[in-house]
Design a protein around this ligand. Structure first.
Ligand code: AHR
Length: 501
C-alpha cells in the first residue's frame, strides 16, 4: 500500500525551467582549475583535460561561473592573458592566506583558456569581476577585451592572443560576497559600488549594440542585508536606469557534519538543512519584489551544495563524493523547479575536485560522482515548463530548527511535445516508501511510461572512486500504471525519474 502521494497538476504551469538552473561554478581553489580543468599531465596540447571536458560536455552543462568565489575579488584579469611565459605569478589573498603549502597562482589558465574551455564544452561563460580590490575601469576593460568587435587596443589584444572573433560573454557578476571576502561592505556601500561598476560595465553594452550583457549582483543569506541592498539600489532618485538583471545568494549546508562520522540522525539534519534552500529563494525574491519585480530581476543561487567538515582550506576544500550528498542535490533541484517563476540560474560548487563537485580526478583518471548522476537524471526537466506538484508524505521529527524531514519530495515538468517528466526522491535513509504519482487528467494507461532509479541498495555514506564510479549509474525502475496513477516502490535514499509520453 502506498504511504505517500505525489499529485501533478498539468493545468497549473509555473514557468519555464531555465536550463541555466543546472549551471556550475569553478574557482581557482585547490584542484578545481589546475588538475581539474587544466593539467600538464594528461592534457591535450593546449593543456585542457579531455576526460573532464568530455564528462561535462556529455552532461550539456549550460553555464559555468569563473574565476571565483573569493578568488575573484583579488583577481586581475590582465595577469592571465598573453604569452604564458610572461604572465606574473601571484599569491591569492584568500586561498593562500599565509599558507606556504598553497601553490602560487601561475596564471597559466586565464580568460582565453577559460573561454575556450567553455566553447569546447558547449557552455555559456559567466565571468565574475573584481569589485573588492578592482575598479570599474578594469571591469569595463575586461568586457571590451572579451566582446568588442571594433578596432581598439583591447580588441586587438584579444586578436593578437588568437581570438579574432569576440566571445560575446553575456553574464557578468559584479563582485562576490562583498559583505565578507569581497570587501566587508555594508549593503548600502555595496549597492553604491555596484551602481558605479554597472555604469561603466553597462555602458559597454551600448557600445557593442548586439551584445546583451546581463549584470549580476551578489547578495547574502542574511535577508535583511538583501532588503537594504535592494532599497539602496532602487534609490536612484533621478530616474536613471541602472542595469541589474539578477541578484544571487550562496547556500551551503552540512557545515557541521563529517561524512566519515555521520549516521542516520546526522543525515536527516543535513537533508533538512538542504531543504532550507526553499526559504532562501522565497526571501531573496521578496527582497527583489519590495523594490522591483522578479520578472525584471531574476534570482540566482550561484554557489550551493554540501560543505562538510572534511573540506578545509588546507586540503583545497576536498570532501568525499557520496550518495547522501547526491540525494541533497536532487532535493534542491526539485526546489529550483518549484521556483522556476523567479529563478534564472544556479551554479553548484564546484565543478571538479572541490566541495560537491560532479567530477573527480586522480592523476590521469577522471570519474563521475553520484551528484553527476542526479544532474543527468534531472536533465529532461531542462527547458520544460514546471508543473505545480503537491506531495502528501510521512515525515520524521529532526533536531534541526523547527522543520521535520519530509520523506518524499517531487517535481514535475512538461516538454513542448507534451511529454511529462516527474522526479521523486525518497529522503528517508532508513525505510523504503511506496509512492503513488497521480497526473491529474492524464490517462497513463495509453502512454509510454519509463522510469529509472539511482542508488538502490547503496549506503548513503557510500563514496564514489575511480574503481566503483559505474556502480552509481541509473537502473530501470518498475512502474505500476493504473489510469492516471503511477505507483513506484522507492528503496531508502533513492531518486527516481519517470517519463510519461
Ligand atoms: O566555494 C568556496 C567559497 O565559498 C567561495 O570562494 C566563496 O564565495 C564562498 O564563501
Amino acid at each position: 500500500m502506498a504511504n505517500a502521494r505525489v499529485t501533478v497538476h498539468p493545468e497549473a504551469r509555473i514557468d519555464r525551467i531555465e536550463p541555466e538552473l543546472h549551471g556550475h561554478f569553478s574557482e581557482h581553489l585547490g584542484r578545481c582549475v589546475y588538475d581539474g580543468l587544466w593539467t600538464d599531465d594528461t592534457a591535450d596540447e593546449d593543456g585542457f583535460r579531455e576526460d573532464v571536458l568530455g564528462l561535462l560536455a556529455d552532461l550539456e552543462i549550460p553555464v559555468l561561473r569563473w574565476p571565483g568565489g573569493c578568488f575573484a575579488d583579488d583577481y586581475h584579469w590582465e595577469d592571465g592573458v598573453g604569452s604564458r611565459e610572461d604572465r606574473p605569478r601571484r599569491r591569492n589573498l584568500f586561498w593562500a592566506q599565509g599558507r606556504e603549502d598553497v601553490p602560487e597562482e601561475s596564471n597559466a589558465f586565464g580568460t582565453d583558456e577559460f573561454l575556450e574551455f567553455c566553447e569546447r564544452v558547449g557552455t555559456e561563460p559567466y565571468l565574475a569581476a573584481n569589485v573588492g580590490s578592482g575598479d570599474p575601469q578594469e571591469a569595463a576593460d575586461w568586457v571590451e577585451y572579451c566582446n568588442y568587435d571594433g578596432d581598439t587596443e583591447l580588441a586587438d589584444r584579444r586578436r593578437a592572443n588568437g581570438h579574432e572573433e569576440p566571445y560575446g560573454v553575456k553574464y557578468w557578476g559584479l563582485g562576490n560576497e562583498n559583505w565578507g571576502c569581497g570587501g566587508q561592505m555594508t549593503p548600502e556601500q555595496y549597492a553604491r559600488e555596484y551602481r558605479r561598476f554597472a555604469t561603466y560595465v553597462g555602458s559597454m553594452d551600448n557600445l557593442m549594440l548586439d551584445h546583451d550583457l546581463e549584470l549580476i549582483a551578489c547578495g547574502f543569506e542574511n535577508h535583511e542585508w538583501n532588503h537594504r541592498f535592494m532599497e539602496e539600489i532602487g534609490n536612484t532618485n533621478w530616474g536613471v536606469e541602472f542595469p541589474l538583471d539578477h541578484l544571487t545568494l550562496h547556500h551551503y549546508y552540512g557545515r557541521t557534519m563529517s561524512i566519515a562520522e555521520a549516521g542516520e540522525e546526522k543525515y536527516d539534519q543535513f537533508l533538512v538543512e538542504a531543504l532550507e534552500m526553499d526559504y532562501h529563494i522565497e526571501r531573496i525574491a521578496s527582497a527583489i519584489n519590495a523594490v522591483a519585480t522578479t520578472r525584471d530581476i531574476g534570482v540566482i543561487i550561484d554557489e550551493w551544495g554540501a560543505w562538510h567538515t572534511e573540506a578545509v582550506a588546507e586540503n583545497g576544500l576536498e570532501q568525499p563524493g557520496t550518495v547522501i550528498d547526491a540525494l541533497s542535490a536532487a532535493a534542491v533541484l526539485d526546489i529550483f523547479n518549484h521556483h522556476s517563476d523567479v529563478m534564472t540560474m544556479s551554479n553548484i560548487a564546484q565543478t571538479v575536485n572541490v566541495l560537491q563537485c560532479l567530477v573527480e580526478t586522480d592523476g590521469d583518471e577522471a570519474w563521475a560522482r553520484p551528484t553527476y548522476r542526479v544532474f543527468d537524471l534531472y536533465a529532461p526537466h531542462k527547458g520544460n515548463d514546471a508543473l505545480t506538484t503537491t506531495v502528501d508524505t510521512p515525515s520524521r521529527e529532526v533536531e534541526h530548527g523547527d522543520d521535520d524531514l519530509p520523506f518524499v519530495g517531487a517535481s514535475a515538468s512538461v516538454a513542448e511535445d507534451g511529454e511529462t517528466y516527474v522526479t521523486v526522491t525518497n529522503l528517508d535513509c532508513r525505510d523504503g516508501h511506496t509512492v503513488e504519482v497521480a497526473i491529474e487528467g492524464a490517462d497513463a494507461g495509453d502512454a509510454d511510461v519509463a522510469a529509472q532509479v539511482l542508488f538502490e541498495g547503496q549506503d548513503p555514506g557510500l563514496e564514489a572512486g575511480a574503481s566503483n564510479a559505474d556502480e552509481f549509474a541509473a537502473d530501470d525502475l518498475g512502474v505500476d500504471v493504473d489510469g492516471d496513477v503511477l505507483t513506484v516502490d522507492l528503496a531508502p535514499s533513492t531518486v527516481a525519474g519517470i517519463s510519461v509520453e
